[in-house]
Write a protein that binds this ligand. Structure first.
Ligand code: HEC
Length: 136
């Protein structure tokens, strides 16, 4: 009867071990799913904030925070109301990208300067989308 208690212990230990591991791996899986979800949510919100920030820093003085262009400089320069569906319909993504990159000219007069040096292609792409989102 000296042998049997240790034998029992030996049988129980690995059993408890595997159960513990099973629990651990389910917890890990759940944590990983949550982690990936947070990562995606984080990436999306960071991008949106960037476009908003860039818009507020570089564009609102003419186009207005709301995209309507009802600012002193905007009215003087003759910017369009980007919440107007008709205006939006006339815009082309390519032309918008080019305008933000290279600026808008009226003959020799620069109506809007280009932001190609200040902003990356991705930031410009995000701004095109940002302008599109003004559409009501
Ligand atoms: C100095 C004033 C001014 C600033 C600053 C300015 N814009 Fe403009 N923008 C204009 C004018 C003027 C036009 C031409 C009229 C129009 O389309 O509203 C224009 C046109 C545009 C267009 C339309 C181009 C097309 O396809 O017809 C887009 C898009 C645009 N701006 C985005 C931006 C973004 C993004 C910024 C900031 C990074 C910015 N603008 C900063 C004055 C400005």
């Amino acid at each position: 009867m000296v042998d049997s208690p240790p034998a029992k212990k030996c049988r129980q230990k690995p059993l408890m071990g595997t159960e513990l591991n099973k629990n651990k791996s389910t917890v890990m899986k759940k944590l990983m799913v949550i982690g990936v979800a947070l990562l995606i949510a984080g990436a999306v919100s960071v991008r949106a904030a960037d476009a908003k920030e860039n818009w507020e820093k570089n564009c609102t003085k003419c186009h207005g925070a709301d995209g309507k262009g009802k600012t002193k400089m905007g009215e003087k320069a003759g910017v369009k109301d980007y919440t107007d569906a008709k205006v939006q319909a006339e815009l082309k993504d390519d032309a918008m990208t080019k305008a933000i990159k290279e600026g808008v000219k009226d003959g020799d007069k620069t109506k809007m300067k280009g932001f190609g040096d200040a902003l990356s292609d991705d930031e410009i792409k995000a701004l095109v989308k940002y302008v599109r989102d003004f559409k009501k």
